[in-house]
Design a protein around this ligand. Structure first.
Ligand SMILES: [Zn+2]
Length: 506
């Protein structure tokens, strides 16, 4: 039974259990544009005898914030999710949809559905037991913003592979081919990381003097699968599917998971690729659904931001930012990694200017690898590149309490990464800070109306706008507790203010 027919049977079984409601569409014109552009791209897929290519369609698209849900026809299953064929088809779709989405969204998270089920459900049917496992050696805690001592796997993808005859995985454009340009970039990155004290493990042979491999071509030109095999790594890493091409794409993250140096394995995987399909600019991909989504996004944000800033500042101020994009299983090089992993699509091979010209420029390559190294250092240093401020606290409560204090509590502030603290303003002046959602002001003036408002911050130092103002009146600094405040207070912060607040600093 083919994988696709197996999955269709599985789908039929699942269909008896659950029916999914169809989502509502907030923006019908955008939805229609996405569907139209995706299907125009899918219509360009090469025709094949074994796949009903014309039936492969995007049937629905929904944009909700930065969540983009794409629903494809079941004919996509003939391409076999997880395979190179599937990934190449998805790359065509995601590249053209980026033209519609990138200006509206600071980052994008895709969810793929095929028929009634999510891609994750199809993949778990295809690869039972393939759920990600925990890192065998946890990452080193955040420290200095440095790559020194860090354990980094790097992948250039592609290279010679066997499919009847030995072939490259990509086509030449304007005299260069991705199989080798990615190698050049990863080799340069490896050198810069090593010179700063990192522990680096490339998925391909980085030694141009290593002679020829089993393909008869130089070892440095061969795909990861053959390098990893030659290293003596178990076949489960480099021979995990039914074709060398699919083995190869799987071998890169599986090797990053497997490699072991002095009892430690790679903390992160960085892959460098270059795009095709008629776009321009840089995008960085991560997986949302492999158990490392949050940290992968943090890595992607750190590295991508550094790359865009460096290119625009030092090379081309108009270089397009195609955004950080999360995918729930579409790209195996990230999906199969059991550690934070990102895939940088640096430029478009098939766009002469500015993309391909840039890739041929040594100055461009150098500034890009320096930017990647800085972004990796930012990630390990715990530096947040988050530029989104929290929402203001709500439900701010101020109550006069015994011995002339005011007990404050609040809730409701949210942040895309996380709220890390608050400031308390009395009559518009900052009187203290709090780590949690409560504060006691021991120095509030009596016998005059006073107002409080609270602002929230995140780890990157972005402040929310202040909350709405709450008023309170302290009858006396030293006196009995007013009757309305003598009842037990139910809010946890008010009931135990000492544990939830800091003393005002003056
Ligand atoms: Zn590639």
């Amino acid at each position: 039974m083919s994988a696709a027919s197996f999955m269709r049977q599985k789908g039929a079984a699942l269909a008896c259990i659950a029916l999914l409601s169809s989502p509502a569409f907030a923006n019908v014109p955008l939805r229609e544009r996405l569907i139209e552009r995706a299907n125009a791209a899918l219509a360009q897929l090469p025709k094949r005898a074994d796949v009903e290519v014309d039936a492969i369609r995007l049937v629905d698209a929904n944009v909700d914030g930065r969540a983009v849900t794409l629903t494809f026809s079941e004919a996509v299953l003939d391409l076999v999710p997880g395979s190179v064929d599937y990934e190449r088809a998805m790359r065509r779709v995601h590249v053209v949809l980026n033209d519609e989405l990138r200006d509206a969204l600071p980052s994008i998270e895709y969810e793929t559905r095929i028929g009634e089920y999510s891609l994750g459900e199809w993949l778990s049917a295809l690869e039972p037991g393939s759920a990600p496992k925990a890192l065998t050696t946890p990452p080193v805690p955040a420290g200095a913003r440095s790559v020194s001592g860090r354990r980094i796997a790097v992948s250039p993808g592609h290279g010679w592979y066997l499919d009847g005859t030995w072939k490259l995985q990509r086509s030449y454009y304007f005299g260069i081919v991705e199989d080798f340009i990615n190698f050049d970039l990863i080799q340069l990155l490896q050198q810069r990381l090593l010179s700063d004290g990192a522990w680096v493990r490339p998925t391909r042979n980085m030694d141009k003097a290593a002679g020829n491999g089993e393909s008869g071509n130089p070892k440095w030109q061969e795909a990861a699968r053959y390098h990893i095999k030659a290293l003596g790594v178990p076949a489960s890493v480099w021979d995990s599917s039914t074709s060398d091409l699919n083995d190869d794409i799987r071998s890169r993250p599986l090797y990053a998971n497997w490699i072991d140096g002095n009892g430690q394995n790679a903390e992160i995987l960085i892959s460098i690729h270059n795009n095709g399909g008629g776009g321009t600019g840089t995008e960085t991909l991560y997986d949302t659904n492999n158990g490392f989504g949050a940290e992968s996004k943090r890595l992607a944000d750190a590295v991508h931001g550094r790359i865009i800033n460096a290119i625009r500042a030092q090379y081309n101020a108009a270089w397009p930012d195609r955004r950080v994009q999360g995918f729930a299983g579409d790209y195996g090089e990230n999906r199969l990694a059991t550690r934070p992993a990102i895939l940088i699509e640096l430029a478009f091979m098939d766009r002469k200017s500015p993309d391909n010209d840039a890739l041929q420029d040594p100055a461009f390559r150098e500034l890009v690898v320096q930017a990647i190294k800085q972004g990796v250092a930012d990630f390990f240093g715990g530096l947040q590149t988050d530029a989104v401020a929290p929402t203001p606290p709500t439900a701010v409560s101020a109550k006069a309490a015994g011995k002339g204090a005011v007990v404050l509590s609040w809730s409701g502030a949210t942040d895309n990464v996380g709220v890390t603290g608050y400031r308390v303003e009395r009559d518009g002046v900052v009187v203290g800070t709090a780590a949690g959602s409560g504060y006691v002001d021991f120095f509030a003036p009596a016998n005059t109306p006073i107002t409080y408002r609270i602002a929230a911050r995140d780890a990157a130092g972005n402040w929310s706008t202040p909350s709405v103002v709450t008023s309170v009146f302290l009858a006396s600094r030293i006196g009995r507790v007013p009757a309305e405040d003598s009842a037990p207070m139910t809010h946890s912060a008010a009931a135990s203010p000492g544990a939830r607040s800091t003393t005002a600093s003056r």
